[in-house]
Design a protein around this ligand. Structure first.
Ligand code: SF4
Ligand code: SF4
Length: 509
């Protein structure tokens, strides 16, 4: 049996979801290629730096390095428009306590706290990965990211990754760790071709660490205070250096805690860059008394979007920044910003299940063409911005459901992607979540949306009704649905050129 891709569906402006629907099963199973252990030297600090204001692209780094990140939705901002990750919660044990974590809920390293995850055995996780890979063609990454620590709970992490790598060799393996037990497993990580590791590093000054970590458990002993933070810091730096020396790509996550480490994170950025970290992801503390964490219960607040951006901007020129993190749940499935985890609960997965690569292979062929087209559009949009010749800098919020296009109705948006644009270029600076979608939530929800969009100049969406449009305008926000289904960059470039471009010289002037 062959497979069929509906070209009609793919040639018109379309969302990734529509593309997914256009992919029909099924091709005969192929012999899967063997996963090769990464052999390249550690990327030089700063390798992969994008040109100002643009996401990393093939020309910005060695081809071999680009190949390793091009389909990873977290390591490549471009890829997050097209590719999906899934997390499996197989490693619940942890060897320390962070003041922002309550392990009855998801791990704050990589998760949105507040909802208990379905904890899985390695065998259950394996079956779930196969089920998702058969149904979600965008899937490119399997991560183990809490609750708990993937290195400390290695006896569950290792068999899970081993089984999946055997069945789906092209799936990227990704683990997150607090770093304390990391040095004990670096050699195995490299041997198993786990090519992406995230270490949460909130400080490089153990005095600051005493405000974040009440205790650690190391070498069969519990440590507290400065001694605990000093051991943690030394183990994190050692683990980072060992990984980069073996060519593993390392992302460093830092939780931004106002008044605790906000002024310190530029130093963290410089230190991890020095040790070869590929990416630095500064995430806002999520703190709520209902989560039962120390910070939540003691009133420690998280940063505002403006505070987060200020700290990220202070790190400019250092380690590359990830700005598109969604602080996903520990059992998240799907594109960043969406969660299809509920579709794949254990009860729905057959006991005997076989991997079928048909949908993933067909999707990749389509996306390869789409990405080439998107790059050309980005290039043209950059030229349009430069030609506008304006010093005005604006923030643009975009309603999108993937595929790098303005393709979501305003009322359906659960989040907006925010870009900064000026004649110097365009830069993705983050996302703004909204508590309730306008459709269904009415005027109260609209008020919360307007609040979430504080500081934004214009909203671009696929469609918006007169009523919300008028209310946005009354709140000082411009809005346009004239760019429905255009690439995001094309829409922003065109909007900017129209609004701020120098008018043509008057005849005779
Ligand atoms: S390392 Fe992760 S699971 Fe452990 S306490 Fe910190 S946030 Fe929680
Ligand atoms: S939490 Fe951030 S880094 Fe981790 S999978 Fe989600 S978007 Fe990627």
């Amino acid at each position: 049996m062959g497979f069929f891709v509906s070209l009609d569906a793919l040639q018109r402006p379309t969302s990734v979801e529509e593309m997914r629907q256009a992919l029909k099963p099924a091709v005969p199973k192929r012999a899967a290629p063997k996963r090769a252990a990464p052999k390249m030297a550690a990327p030089k600090p700063g390798a992969g730096s994008p040109k100002l204001g643009t996401p990393p692209a093939p020309g910005d780094m060695p081809a071999e390095l680009w190949t390793r990140i091009q389909d990873h939705p977290c390591y490549s901002q471009e890829a997050h428009h097209y590719f999906a990750r899934m997390h499996v919660a197989v490693a619940p044990a942890c060897n320390m306590q962070c003041n922002y974590c309550n392990r009855k809920f998801d791990c704050a390293n990589e998760s949105r706290p507040g909802v208990v995850s379905e904890k899985l055995t390695p065998n259950q996780a394996f079956r779930k990965v196969i089920a998702v890979a058969n149904e979600v063609p965008q899937l490119s990454v399997l991560g183990i990211a809490g609750p708990g620590d993937a290195c400390y709970d290695w006896r569950r992490t290792k068999p899970t990754f081993t089984a999946v790598a055997e069945a789906i060799p092209d799936l990227k393996l990704c683990l997150s760790t607090n770093g304390l037990a990391l040095p004990d497993h670096v050699d195995e990580i490299a041997e198993m071709a786990i090519d992406h590791v995230t270490i949460t590093i909130n400080m490089v000054d153990p005095q600051i660490g005493t405000k974040i970590y009440p205790w650690i458990f190391h070498d069969r002993k519990r440590y507290t205070g400065l001694e605990a933070s000093t051991i943690l810091h030394e183990r994190q730096m050692l683990g980072l250096e060992m990984l980069t020396a073996r060519g593993v790509l390392v992302k460093v996550n830092s939780v931004l805690i106002p008044g605790v480490n906000d002024e310190h994170l530029a130093t963290v950025n410089a230190e991890v860059k020095k040790r070869g970290a590929f990416l630095h992801n500064i995430m806002p503390l999520i703190s709520d008394p209902a989560h039962g964490t120390h910070f939540g219960l003691t009133g420690q607040r998280g940063p505002t979007p403006a505070e987060l951006k200020a700290v990220q901007d202070a790190c400019a020129g250092g380690a590359n920044l990830m700005r598109h993190c969604r602080q996903c749940r520990a059992d998240a499935v799907g594109l960043l910003g969406e969660d299809r985890g509920q579709e794949f609960s254990l009860a729905t997965i057959p006991h005997d299940i076989t991997y079928d690569p048909a949908k993933r292979e067909a999707y990749r062929a389509v996306i390869a063409r789409e990405r080439d087209d998107h790059r050309r559009a980005r290039h043209d949009a950059g030229a349009a911005l430069r030609a506008a010749g304006s010093a005005t800098r604006i923030l643009v919020a975009v309603a999108t459901q993937g595929g790098a296009r303005v393709n979501q109705h305003f009322g359906h948006a659960k989040e907006f992607q925010v870009y900064e644009a000026s004649s110097a270029g365009m830069q993705y600076i983050g996302h703004r979540k909204v508590a309730d979608q306008y459709c269904g939530g009415g005027d109260a929800a609209l008020g919360a949306v307007i609040e979430a969009l504080a500081g934004v100049d214009v909203v671009l969406c696929a469609k918006i009704g007169d009523c919300p449009q008028n209310m946005l305008r009354a709140a000082g926000l411009k809005v346009s649905d004239a760019y429905a289904y255009d690439y995001i960059e094309t829409a922003i470039g065109d909007y900017y050129a129209n609004e701020y471009g120098a008018p043509p010289l008057a005849l005779g002037a």
